[in-house]
Design a protein around this ligand. Structure first.
Ligand code: NZQ
Ligand code: ZN
Length: 376
């Protein structure tokens, strides 16, 4: 096994931590506070940010939408350049934080920021920090950013170590205003993130497997304990589990899949499903199509996560049941699509060079067609 692992984001965990952002931003930095459609004004988060920034020079940019678009974000790039902003403060879920990573890179770049989504390396970036309001993506302490372009129905990703937030505030009391749909989305997204880095083929690290299994078990426990989802204990656990699922460690040095994500991103780009909804309609069917390759890890997962030591096929059903039990459908037919869904998705994957997905590069477009057909 061989890897290098580095994660510099300071985690500020627990109630009342929003005020600690002053320890990471100096008073001579001009701050841009970036948020989404306004949920932060309903749960006291905005007020806490305003009070923490007392004495700072700051301004705000709102309206970053779920599945953030380059069209909206480029308006903020103009503001950052014109006002000579030095620090970007993301206050929101994965969309706002991903959007801020784009802003951090695009604001110090002379060309079109979409270039980063087409493979250009980030050479410099403004510093950013994150106040997380929706545990799901892990974006608050990772290097990834997923950005959409409405004009072309595209949803693509980029990343750079320069985009690690300086800090991530994880105060679960901000989750009080999350509805069931977003709580379930967060749980499913974190579960699939862990699977993408675990449910592949055997590796040699007991620690990586054990850590991933603990995250999966924790998320499964939260699904079983869904009736307590409004409690502090439940929400605090989801916040930490989702963070650890995609902060880079469990994937370091081990095979990784990500086919479910790549297919799911195209589905969202065309049909607007929430990110986690798109994963739940792909993953169970992908696991069935790829069952021979994944048999050993499914068996391990059955034993360690679901207490089902003998039948690895049942593990896929257990995953599917878990998503359904918290209200997330596992069939594409639950959503509005059209007759072209399979060709739209496979063509988009092809045009993005994603014709050999998965940990072995053997999730080809014909397999994607089979997966989507099973989901209809
Ligand atoms: O915009 P506001 O008004 O804040 O409302 C948001 C939004 O409508 C709302 N919300 C957030 N916190 C809330 C709240 N509502 C009430 N109370 C709160 N405390 O929730 C809605 C969805 O927010 P969004 O940020 O879109 O959700 P999520 O965190 O699931 O992020 C999804 C985005 O992240 C990308 C996805 O593709 C998608 O674009 N991902 C990013 C990853 C990464 N950076 O590593 C990895 C993931 O796999 C994923 O692809
Ligand atoms: Zn995800």
């Amino acid at each position: 096994m061989e890897y290098s692992y580095y994660n510099p984001t300071a985690i500020q965990f627990g109630k009342g931590q929003i005020k600690s952002i002053v320890n990471f931003i100096s008073k001579d930095q001009k701050v841009l506070v970036v948020y989404g459609g306004g949920s932060i004004k309903k749960n006291g988060v905005y007020d806490q940010v305003v009070s923490a920034l007392d004495g700072y020079t700051w301004s705000e940019f709102s309206g970053v939408e779920p599945n953030p678009s380059v069209e909206t974000l480029n308006k903020a790039v103009e503001i950052i350049k014109a006002e000579k902003i030095d620090f970007i403060l993301a206050v929101g879920g994965g969309s706002v934080i991903d959007g801020c990573k784009y802003l951090a890179a695009a604001s110090l770049y002379d060309g079109d920021g979409w270039d980063f989504l087409e493979g250009k390396q980030v050479e410099k970036a403004l510093p950013l920090g994150a106040i997380l309001t929706l545990p799901a993506t892990g974006s608050e302490s990772n290097v990834n950013s997923v950005i959409s372009k409405k004009a072309t129905n595209e949803k693509r990703y980029f990343g750079s170590p320069l985009l690690y937030p300086k800090f991530a505030v994880l105060d679960s009391s901000v989750m009080s205003t999350l509805d069931d749909r977003q709580l379930a989305n967060g749980l499913v997204d974190a579960f699939v993130h862990t699977c993408e880095q675990y449910l592949t083929y055997p590796n040699t690290s007991l620690l990586h497997d054990g850590y991933a299994q603990t995250i999966l078990k924790g998320l499964h426990t939260l699904a079983q304990d869904w009736s307590n989802r409004k409690t502090e204990l439940w929400q605090e656990n989801l916040m930490l589990l989702a963070n650890q699922a995609l902060n880079g460690f469990i994937g370091s040095g081990v095979p990784q899949d990500w086919a479910t994500h790549m297919i799911g991103h195209e589905i969202t780009a065309f049909y607007g499903l929430d990110h986690a909804q798109s994963l739940a309609v792909v993953q169970p069917h992908l696991l069935r199509v790829m069952i021979e390759d994944k048999q050993e890890k499914l068996t391990l997962m059955g034993k360690e996560v679901f207490d089902m030591p003998h039948n690895y096929e049942m593990v896929i059903e257990a995953i599917e049941y878990m998503y359904q039990s918290i209200g997330v459908p596992t069939k594409l037919s639950a959503y509005k699509t059209d007759d072209n869904v399979i060709s739209n998705i496979t063509k988009a994957l092809e045009s993005h060079g994603m014709t050999a997905l998965g940990e072995k590069g053997n999730v080809t477009l014909d397999k994607v067609s089979r997966i989507l057909t099973m989901s209809l």
